[in-house]
Ligand binder design. Sequence first.
Ligand code: AVI
Length: 336
Amino acid sequence: MLAADSRHATAGITDAQGAPTSARDSFAADVISGLSARHKRLPPKYFYDASGSRLFSEICRTDEYYVARSETLLLRNIAAEVAAGIPNGAALVEFGSGESVKTRLLLDAVPQLSTYVPIDISAAALYEASGRLARDYPQLSIAPVVADFTGHFRLPTAAVRCAKIGFFPGSTIGNFDRHGAVQFLRSARRILGAQAALLVGVDLIKDASTLIAAYDDSRGVTAQFNKNLLLRINRELGGDFDPDAFDHLALWNAADSRVEMHLVSRKDQIVNAAGHTFAFRSGEHLHTENSHKFTVDMFAQLAAEAGWSASKIWISDAPQVALFRLAPVVATNSPQ
Ligand code: AVI
């Protein structure tokens, strides 16, 4: 069933002074500052309009993008073990739930859950997925929250008194920089409370050719996904980008342990967007995404910085990804 207060659980978007801003204004401001910077860049969160989300689902079905496939297989194998550690009446809280596809593996394996709280910025996708889940899991209270899960929001009343299990699959943690990842894990700890656990999907470092192919598939779906950012600027901010005047580039930056995606200008060109004019030199890069990869130790250390310890780590078959179950570190008094 859908929880009674679910339609009200919407967090507003505010600027630094707390004044409400529209999503379009924030997008325009980020495009103007990103394209005016010496090293041009755009935040990857803007990939996910309706076409971008469709393209991302298609990426997950390409032969090369192992991240989603390895994690789904792993989750299927360990679901019963994950379930065993979850108390009766607990709430599952998913950060960035999208279509809640992997969630069903957990919901099927953990009948003792009382509540599911999917959190997503896209209201339409969230309510559609919640409606489908409410039909398929009638015993579960479903309490969706429309919010940017990296910002401030409150959990719905249905979940407040339950023990909470956070769920953050898909290696999305890799799209943050280190500071952003620690901030997110800290805020998840605050939101979930002291009795919580957090299940996080993490992509592991592997050979460069496997990594690069995953972000530059042979059918060109990832290239289309990357260029959709330019088309979105055209659609929503009156831009005149020609996507054919840019090449998609995926590279492995070993020093920073991340796959980077760029769009590379094929010529000197002038582009208009959001009421501003931007000059691109031939060969100039527009940096669109970082996807950080970890060793088990690197991620355990990052989680520790945010007050979590790894209580269990599961690793998939190759190409390897990991699922970490994190538990809050309880502060102990130092010995006298
Ligand atoms: C959503 N995120 C975890 C994906 C990733 O692997 O960084 C986004 C993506 N970008 C290109 N392909 C997939």
